[in-house]
Design a protein around this ligand. Structure first.
Ligand code: NDP
Ligand code: MG
Length: 385
């Protein structure tokens, strides 16, 4: 059998490097055809020398020449920017595009990959938050697979295997609660980015770690679930589960609930997205019940963590609202990481941005891109004031 060709967009990130661990573990099954980075050119070059992809893409203009010069003579094409990403996802040798870029920058490459009939392994949840309806319509139209990498969505996807004719009654998306679980608004006034970056269970990129602390990550995941599994908003519930062992649950119409469990390790959902529907034997850590004598569950606190409420509201309003939410969130998280706004201010700025950007009921791709642009400008202006 020929190897499955994988394009990893965002190969230098937390998900990207773990995806390469999976490919390294199964050299006869997978081949890295494309690797891309933003600015981490040194790591990209190292990866390129090890995996010998056909092409790499660098999206930071300051790093492009370095990568081009360093890889001279290696028979690896070096491309630049968004146009490079859009070009490489079309390569014939690519079977699956693993999108592990952070933020709405992942949207256009996903669209082009679907239009080129590539299966998508999606870590870049922002793609579905910004344009879920449009993306899932394209998935239908082009007959490709949308394979979730996000651990909660992989869990739901795994619970649904073999249940094609059985409608979902509801799903429970689990949340760790992040480092500030149990805190009230007054406790969060002066929290620092170092505190927010300390996730109790997962080691991830900076943006998603802040999103986890603010519960925006769970809001984004509610939106992602709605589109991935074609659910109504009322069918998507969030439950806080601090141990992060139950990765999410599906309740069927007879009341039966299926859960997918395991130690928190993104390599498993990454591997499943690449091997689906098969399961390959691996040597990842196994779950031991004796290490977790108690698994607990509690209600999320949407008054303290307003972002989750804002995400539900945006989804309910429809149109370009979730796109605005996402763009404003990307801006405030970046500002928080640069010590320009406080932790609680983030939701306030997102809310103000939601109130200021024009509503579009049935956006096209161009409308989403324009909404993303305008929402960023407006939230940056609010930060400056
Ligand atoms: P990281 O920040 O660790 O990695 C992001 C990757 O995208 C890096 O390769 C980075 O390049 C690249 N990148 C950043 N900005 C751009 C851009 N504008 N254009 C093109 N490439 C860019 O993020 P994570 O791996 O943590 O997350 C990736 C995605 O997966 C996110 O959408 C996140 O929500 C999702 N996800 C992550 C999980 C995790 O455990 N990490 C779990 C579930 C979902 P460079 O390194 O050069 O900056
Ligand atoms: Mg997740």
């Amino acid at each position: 059998m020929s190897k499955k060709g994988i394009a990893i967009l965002g190969a230098t990130g937390s998900i990207g490097t773990q995806a390469l661990d999976v490919i390294r573990a199964f050299p006869n099954k997978f081949e890295a055809i494309v690797l891309t980075c933003g600015s981490n050119a040194e790591l990209l070059v190292k990866q390129a020398i090890e995996f010998k992809p056909r092409a790499v893409v660098v999206t930071d203009s300051n790093q492009f020449n370095y990568v081009q010069d360093t890889l001279k003579g290696q028979d690896i094409a070096v491309l630049y920017g968004e146009s490079g990403l859009v070009e490489v996802v079309q390569y014939e040798a690519v079977d699956v595009v693993l999108n592990a870029i952070v933020g709405s920058a992942g949207l256009k490459p996903t669209v082009k990959a679907i239009q080129s009939k590539k299966d998508i392994a999606l870590a870049n949840k922002e793609t579905l938050v910004v344009a879920g309806e449009l993306i899932m319509d394209l998935v239908q139209e082009y007959g490709v697979r949308m394979l979730p990498v996000d651990s909660e969505h992989s869990a739901i996807f795994q619970c649904l295997t073999g249940e094609d004719d059985n409608p979902i009654e509801k799903i429970y998306v689990t949340a760790s609660g992040g480092p500030f679980r149990g805190k009230k608004r007054e406790d969060l006034v002066g929290v620092t980015k170092a505190e927010a970056l300390k996730h109790p269970n997962w080691s991830m990129g900076a943006k998603i770690t802040i999103d986890s602390a603010s519960l925006m990550n769970k809001g984004l995941e509610v939106i992602e679930s709605k589109w991935l599994f074609n659910l109504s908003i009322d069918q998507v519930d969030v439950i806080v589960h601090p141990q992060s062992i139950v990765h999410s649950l599906v309740q069927f119409q007879d009341g039966s609930i299926k859960a997918q469990m395991g130690v928190p390790d993104m390599k498993l959902p990454i591997q499943y997205a690449l091997t689906y529907p098969a399961r390959f034997k691996n040597s990842f850590d196994r779950f031991n019940f004796m290490d977790y004598p108690m698994l607990s569950f509690e209600k999320p606190d949407m008054d303290t963590f307003k972002n989750l409420a804002l995400a539900y509201e945006s989804l309910r309003a429809g149109g370009n609202r979730s796109c605005i939410l996402n763009a404003a969130n990307e801006v405030v998280v970046d500002a928080f990481l640069k010590d320009k706004v406080g932790f609680l201010e983030m939701s306030d700025i997102i809310e103000q941005t939601l109130n200021k950007v024009d509503f579009i009921a049935a956006p096209t791709l161009e409308d989403y891109l324009e909404t993303d642009r305008v929402a960023r400008v407006i939230s940056k202006e609010i930060i400056k004031d």
